[in-house]
Design a binder for this molecule. Structure first.
Ligand code: HAM
Length: 424
């Protein structure tokens, strides 16, 4: 029996990897333009870290973590998200003492969910965490970064932004009591899931997908009415800053998110184009988390986008440039064994003159026809051919592979032709 990949954990194959690289390059360029620096943390952390940060009574911690005992008997967990590890590292290495940090990261996360399109057990996130800035302008700037990513990827028209403020801890505590009273008085109208949530994590009832529960929630007390004056000002400033930046949004008072560490701002970007797994990015503020994990109280705010979902959307909208789908720009073909040295010399020259040009040399002989087939498959724009007569005259045949006239060029002429390719 052949061994298969683990269910819900996919390989990213050579013909898919271009889309990923394109996404990474755009995102990393934008991060650098906003002055963010990268942090890399381990995939495995102490189980306690996630239980304490994400919350014991969340789906992630209760049902979805890959937890195991290692050979020393320690309980370890494959990270279900990256925020907790970044906060741990920032505290552990003193990155939060009298300084602000704007960090980005990228990597795998693991959740034992039921796999379907857009939902996997191993998936990849790219995200940002900023520490030391309580101002809502920081929240707005993070949202602006995500908006910029969608714009540069060409998917902005297909995504919408929802925001909410879930207030400070005191506001939520008061609201929680009011919500429990309300829901307890209408238990008969709640679905089974919501009844369970009411016992353990009442705010999560707001997240219910059940229609009759949603209908009931329309007359439930609203979290907005319980925000403190400072919470309200914070949320007002965020909305003003988003308007100033011309970023459209909808306030969704039922948006609470599935992790316990949030306070005040929460947001999600969603799309209709991917079916039920339409949330491509989520984030928010977590002013109590650093303190809760044993650090000196420090405000924090961040987001993470799901790379698989963004790539699916990019593919659906066909926004990935061709050069990210192909292997080579030029494909060099020696027509006889005697021409092989000349071809390799030419390849070295091209790589030296044009470091970003992708130069693939044919190895292994074969007819011109079969070599051209390979050239075509590589996605190259030009085939460069040296046969006996070119070897003697010092010329190169330059054959456009996507339409256009074939030319016989000198080395200098070829370099000129290739520089046009580079500039186009
Ligand atoms: P999250 O909403 O749990 O937030 O995940 C962020 C994104 O990861 C989701 O919007 C989704 O695109 C993607 N994602 C989540 N689960 C899966 C899955 N099973 N398969 C594929 N994609 C998935 C967080 O993880 C927070 N750490 C975000 C954050 C950072 N908040 C503050 N800072």
């Amino acid at each position: 029996m052949r061994i298969q990949s683990v269910r819900g954990m996919s390989d990213i194959l050579p013909d898919q990897v271009g889309a990923w690289r394109y996404l990474e390059q755009i995102v990393q360029r934008i991060f650098s333009a906003y002055g963010l620096t990268q942090i890399r943390t381990p995939i495995v952390e102490d189980t306690e870290l996630f239980a304490r940060s994400i919350g014991n009574v969340t789906d992630i911690v209760e049902k979805e973590m890959y937890t195991f005992e290692d050979r020393s008997g320690d309980s370890l967990t494959l990270r279900p998200e990256l925020t907790a590890g970044v906060v741990r590292a920032a505290i552990e290495h003193g990155l939060l003492h009298n300084q602000t940090q704007r960090l980005w990261y990228q990597g795998q996360a693991f959740r034992h969910e039921r796999p379907q399109k857009g939902r996997y057990r191993q998936f990849h996130q790219i995200g940002v965490e900023c520490f030391g800035i309580a101002d809502a302008l920081m929240d707005a700037e993070l949202i602006e970064i995500t908006d910029q990513i969608w714009k540069e990827l060409g998917i902005r028209d297909c995504v919408t932004l929802q925001i909410n403020s879930i207030g400070s801890t005191e506001a939520r505590a008061k609201y929680r009591t009011a919500l429990i009273d309300f829901l307890a008085a209408h238990k008969d109208q709640l679905d089974r899931d919501s009844l369970a949530r009411l016992e353990r994590s009442p705010l999560r009832v707001l997240d219910s997908k059940n229609d009759s529960t949603q209908a009931l929630l329309r007359s439930a007390p609203s979290l907005m009415d319980y925000l403190t004056e400072a919470d309200r000002e914070h949320f007002d400033l965020l909305r003003r800053a988003l308007k100033d930046a011309d970023i459209g949004f909808a306030v969704n008072p039922l948006l609470v998110r599935g992790l316990d560490y949030y306070s005040r701002t929460v947001f999600e970007w969603t799309t209709e184009a991917l079916g039920s797994q339409g949330t491509i990015c989520g984030g928010g503020r977590y002013d109590g988390l650093v303190d809760h994990l044993g650090g000196k109280s420090t405000p924090g705010v961040g987001f993470a986008l799901g790379m698989e979902r963004v790539v699916l959307l990019m593919e659906a909208l066909a926004v990935i440039p061709d050069t990210y789908r192909t292997q080579a720009d030029v494909y060099l073909m020696p027509q006889k064994q005697a021409c092989e040295e000349a071809i390799r010399k030419l390849a070295r020259l091209l790589r030296q003159e044009f470091p970003s040009l992708r130069v693939l040399t044919h190895i292994g002989g074969g007819s011109l026809k079969s070599q051209l087939k390979r050239a075509d498959k590589s996605g190259a724009l030009f085939g460069l051919i040296i046969g006996q007569s070119e070897l003697e005259s010092g010329h190169i045949v330059c054959k456009p592979l996507r339409g256009g006239e074939q030319e016989t060029l000198s080395e200098a002429g070829l370099l000129k032709r290739m520089s046009i390719l580079r500039d186009s």
